[in-house]
Design a protein around this ligand. Structure first.
Ligand code: PXP
Length: 253
């Protein structure tokens, strides 16, 4: 199966909020989140990803409901495990939820979720979401204990945090890729779908290709950054062209 691309459009909303945060209903608000999602779909995105943060710094509630109504592909909602956002997720019924750690001061998601340390709280939310028709993923570092805990709490998927991989170079990047490989192998053996994301670019992606069993990559910042110069559709097509180089692993067939 070709590697799927989930396009994270949070930073289209970041640009909108930089000007229109206090006047979202106004006639001149831009750029449009929906237009970004539809252009991403037209360019070949397999899903649309947004993170509804507690502080609503980019995506706001209305965006999530609008995307749920209008997109033709799959909706992936990233969220911290709080009662407020869980309630919204249960009403929106996204195709996927990816549980992420959230901390108000961070610029972007830093580090993976500690599933081992929050098993009970996560298990309850996973059960509620899965019973409501949403498949749930845990955004974790490539740590075998976190992979096992994700399976134990009933998640269907993990998303491996590739931030460290993306920030390193040379031998350090290779060492992190090997950690990601080991985590992907264990997750696959345990029956979890394996996704990955954070910090991925057309330049670093080929170094990730030693990691087997990847189903979907979630990519945002580098696509929106590239889109400034090429438009979003072209940026996505360039990413998909690199993704087509992902090998077929024997165990996948
Ligand atoms: N996956 C998760 C769980 C994330 O939190 C983010 C960042 O919002 C991404 C993927 C995408 O990361 P980037 O914007 O660096 O491509």
């Amino acid at each position: 199966m070709p590697l799927h691309l989930g396009v994270n459009i949070d930073h289209v909303a970041t640009l909108r909020q930089a000007r229109y945060r206090t006047m979202l209903g106004a006639h001149n608000v831009e750029p449009s989140i929906l237009q970004a999602a539809l252009e991403a779909e037209a360019a070949g995105a397999h899903s649309i990803t947004v993170h509804l943060r507690a502080d609503r710094r980019h995506i706001v509630d209305e965006d999530v409901f609008l995307l749920r109504r209008e997109i033709k592909t799959l909706l992936n909602l990233e969220m911290g495990n709080t009662p407020e956002i869980l309630d919204i997720a249960l009403r929106v019924r996204p195709d996927f939820v990816c549980m992420v750690p959230e901390n108000r001061q961070e610029v972007t998601t830093e580090g993976g979720l500690d599933v081992v340390g929050q098993k009970q709280a996560l298990q309850a939310s996973v059960a509620a979401l899965e019973a409501n028709g949403t498949r749930v993923s845990m955004f974790i570092d490539p740590d075998l204990e976190q992979v096992r805990a994700s399976r134990e709490i009933g998640a269907s998927m993990i998303e491996l945090h590739t931030g460290t991989f993306a920030n390193e170079l040379g031998e350090q990047r290779r060492a992190e890729a090997l950690r990601l490989k080991a985590a992907a192998e264990l997750a696959h053996r345990l029956g979890l779908q394996v996704n990955a994301g954070h910090g991925l670019t057309t330049r670093n992606l080929p170094d990730l290709f030693i990691v087997p069993h990847l189903v979907e990559l979630n990519i945002g910042h580098s696509l929106v950054a590239r889109a400034v110069f090429t438009g979003l559709g072209q940026a996505i097509q360039e990413m998909l062209a690199v993704m087509r180089g992902y090998p077929i692993f024997d165990a996948d067939t």
